[in-house]
Design a protein around this ligand. Structure first.
Ligand code: ADP
Length: 476
């Protein structure tokens, strides 16, 4: 046709000044996060590549990419190991002209060796530099950086604990309860709370040996275990020129066994001076290491509103969606463009231009049976009708009739994010959205989420990190 839709063509060209259709992006991950990333990549006129394990050959995420390749030959790797095959993944990337790799979250996302291999292969790594990943990936070294920047940390051992005597000394000085943490732990694993009367020797030996098995490194340190804190984290973006901005905070206090269940942005009822101090400390930390790309600084806030840094996650997080909803910023697009060399001001991302609107709440819908102690359920999804409508955003992939939920991977099915002009409107919307789901064939945690969202403590927005664990009657 003669008539070209000029406005949209111009807009697409403008977006593609740095990238464009010659750019191929591979996501070294599985499940919902590749789909999330492919969506943005397609909007940026990029081509997309999925890699998958044999067990994932029928999963949705591989269909959502322009090209998809199995990692290794059938039976060569276990379902999880497939996604940890750095050389295999890079080989696929090189064979198919991939120019950028996004690691998602989990798997290789915090693996500096992988980042180095990607860069050495001449491929753009979408994440902070390997040296920054090293400096922050280890919680002991991240603590040191925070202390050097005058950012408060939870009282704890200055370095790794060498032996049980050292652990005992700390407890004598600070008292119980304490938390033994694996320096290389993550995802709520590698932590052990020790209370008055518990055997510290036993706890220390167990923590060290578990950390060694799970993370390949047994290094542990000890912190005071704070009583009923809130978990407040700050979304950060940095560029290659040293500019750093924050995209405000998220309240991720609603957790089960140290793992996030429901996330809220911004934090409700956080006094503005406390918020400002946390945001400023997050920016200060990221600036001090020349942080480039997206990351999250995590803090705990105690009942007296004192905040303590706990860690920086040098990657996209599961709950980035709620920040996108309140700021209108596509964090994945920013990640890709920053990796391609764009500076924050060129992307319009200067601090004065970043504002928030309303509230967003995300629930992680999992195929776990809340009546059987959240045991993962598996099998075929017989019926799948998802919710929609005003203010509802769904990030999923494997939720469809006929999908097989396998026992091989984590049990997150779909993230349901709802936004509204107030906390209460967002809360009601997410309840409505959850009620609208019809999922049969596998059990989900939706009934539990509904009990939580209608609990008076959640209504007030005053959950603390151990609220679910402290409230046995929440769901029976
Ligand atoms: P991970 O890297 O596994 O996510 P984090 O250090 O981020 O571990 O901590 C996860 C959660 O564990 C926190 O949100 C909080 O609920 C709990 N936690 C960690 N450190 C402490 C502490 N010192 N006191 C109380 N709770 C803590």
């Amino acid at each position: 046709g003669q008539e070209q839709p000029k406005a949209s063509v111009t807009r697409i060209r403008a977006q593609s000044t740095i990238l464009g259709s010659m750019t191929k992006l591979l996501v070294a991950n599985r499940g919902e996060i590749p789909i999330r990333i492919f969506r943005t990549a397609h909007e940026l006129s990029m081509l997309t590549v999925a890699v998958y394990s044999h067990e994932d050959r029928l999963s949705m995420f591989r269909q959502k990419a322009d090209e998809a390749y199995q990692i290794g030959t059938t039976g060569q790797y276990t379902p999880v190991q497939a996604y940890l095959q750095m050389d295999e993944i890079i080989k696929i990337a090189k064979a198919h002209g991939v120019s950028m790799i996004h690691p998602g979250y989990g798997f290789l996302s915090e693996n500096s060796e992988f980042a180095r291999k990607v860069i050495d292969a001449g491929i753009t790594w979408i994440g902070p530099s390997p040296d920054v990943i090293d400096a922050l990936g280890d919680k002991v070294s991240a603590r040191k950086i925070a202390i050097e920047c005058d950012v408060p940390v939870v009282p704890g051992t200055p370095g790794p604990i060498e032996d049980v005597e050292h652990a005992k000394e700390f407890v004598m000085k600070y008292g119980y309860p304490v938390i033994i943490k694996a320096a290389f732990g993550g995802g709520g694993r590698g932590m052990r709370v020790v209370r008055e009367g518990d055997d510290i020797r036993d706890a220390f030996l167990r923590a060290t040996s578990e950390a060694k098995t799970a993370f390949g490194n047994g290094t542990c340190f000890i912190e005071r275990f704070l009583d009923k804190p809130k978990h407040i984290e700050v979304q950060l973006l940095g560029d290659s020129a040293g500019n750093v901005v924050h995209l405000f905070e998220r309240d991720c206090s609603v957790q089960r066994r140290h793992q996030k269940v429901v996330e809220i942005a911004p934090a409700k009822d956080l006094p503005s001076d406390v918020r400002d101090a946390i945001l400023a400390d997050a920016v200060k930390l990221a600036t001090s290491v020349n942080y480039c790309n997206a990351g999250t600084a995590e803090f705990l806030v105690d009942s007296q509103n004192r905040h303590y840094f706990i860690e920086i996650n040098p990657r996209i997080q599961v709950e980035h969606t709620i920040t996108e909803e309140i700021t209108g910023i596509d964090i994945v697009a920013a990640q890709i463009q920053i990796a391609a060399g764009a500076l924050l001001p060129q992307l319009g991302l200067t601090q004065d231009r970043i504002t928030t609107r309303g509230f967003a709440i995300q629930c992680r819908i999992t195929t776990e049976d809340p009546l059987r102690n959240f045991q993962p359920d598996t099998g075929k999804i017989e019926v799948y009708r998802s919710s929609g409508g005003n203010g509802v955003r769904l990030d999923g992939g494997n939720g469809f009739a006929g999908a097989i939920i396998s026992p091989h991977y984590d049990s997150m099915l779909v993230k349901c994010t709802c936004s509204g002009s107030t906390y209460e409107i967002a809360r009601r919307k997410v309840i409505r959205a959850l009620v609208e789901f019809r999922i049969r064939g596998v059990k989900t945690n939706i009934p539990f989420l509904l009990a939580l969202l209608t609990h008076e403590t959640f209504i007030k927005g005053s959950c603390w990190t151990t609220f679910i664990d402290d409230t046995p009657g929440l769901f029976d």
